[in-house]
Design a protein around this ligand. Sequence first.
Ligand code: PHE
Length: 457
Amino acid sequence: MGTNTNKNAFASKMGAILAAAGSAVGLGNVWRFPTETGLNGGAAFILIYVLFMLLLGVPVMISEFVIGRYSQKSVSESFYSMSGGKNAWRYMGLIPMFSSFLVLSYYAVVAGWTLEYAFQAAVNGFAGKEVTQYAVDFVNFSSNPVQPLIWMGLILAITCVIVALGVQKGIERGSKIMMPVLFVFLVILAVCSLSLPNSSQGLMFLLKPDFSKVTAQTVLSAMGQAFFSLSVGLCCLCTYACYFRKDVNLVKDATSVASIDTLVALCSGFIIFPAVYSIQGLQPDAGPSLVFITLPSVFQQVFGDMPVLAYGFSLMFYLLLVVAALTSSISMLEMGTAYFQEKFHVSRVKCAIGVTCVCFVLGTACSLSFGDWSYVKVFGMGFFDLFDYLVAKFIMPIGGLLATFFVGWVVDEQVLKSELTNGGTVSQPLYRVIRLLVRYLTPICILLIFFSELGFF
Ligand code: PHE
């Protein structure tokens, strides 16, 4: 396998896949997926989610790859240049760009929590507590005006250093180290969890669909989860695709990333639900607090007789969350950094620091919405919930609509064909299917789900 000496490109094909998979695999898999699955009735939700991954997520990802690799420009400028210099498209491209600030801001809050929990696990802070104490501790911690900000600042600082180091030395090298660690942790934890008593009940919850739980809200949540989990719709993957070599097979890469992402999400389910069901009386629908309130207590209870295992399992689980969060936040920060660097010819380091500072300020508002600012409501939601709602349920699907519409209708058809066949050097038997999806099926499905959500039918 050859390497690329261009410093602004991933050196290897493997580096490209791992970086894109690193962006996709994150808290969305280990925290958001189990939460949404728990709240939406298990296997039925998962089926709809997988369908949306194939029908919506993968075509949007391919479109983002095409835009990024063809234009070799940061987002917004890529829309501008590929539309033949239409300013309207430049402004459209700014929507996902600025949304990446929103997503990183609230994402960094949860990432900060994972760091605190990894620290607590390392100092054995979960041992010997009353069951009710975990909820009290979480509420006290998350509503504290200072502590979560310190952890959030630390996560943002680490992300900033990796991005500032550059495409090959920072992002690619980081992904090549962190992704294998993540896979090893996942497998060990899933094997341990599946060997617990009653684990079959947890498995049933994940594998046996109950369609009576499916509502219009479930469908919207599944679409939001598919977009969020694959990191599509914010054009973060357009930015990464600028760094892909010309011989990267975009369709293969997109399907590999989607498969890795789904496997990791399912594996997280295999870790979490068997553990939850192994304790009598616990339910899987605890919502976002599942990972931070239910699980620390579950880990202590299920390994009650073996404190060493309780310690090791908790530590590994929260480190897994930290690593997953980092590989994704890097891609969010890279997007703004690349844009400002290209647009204003400022150094990568300065741009990365600037974007990090803005996200820290916005993230502070999100973090405080759990405590001192909980009375501040916009559309009935605090900043954290508002950002998550807007990004996952609206901006990402709209961004996906934009990307597919752009590639399907605005850009010359030859661009799609040439990018999918690497300039005619490889065959792409799925070309027609992908074109059909990108032009018709994917945008129409996104619109239908939106209109049904708005009560049109
Ligand atoms: N896909 C990431 C996750 O699952 C989140 C993400 C969203 C990353 C948008 C980049 C852009 O955690």
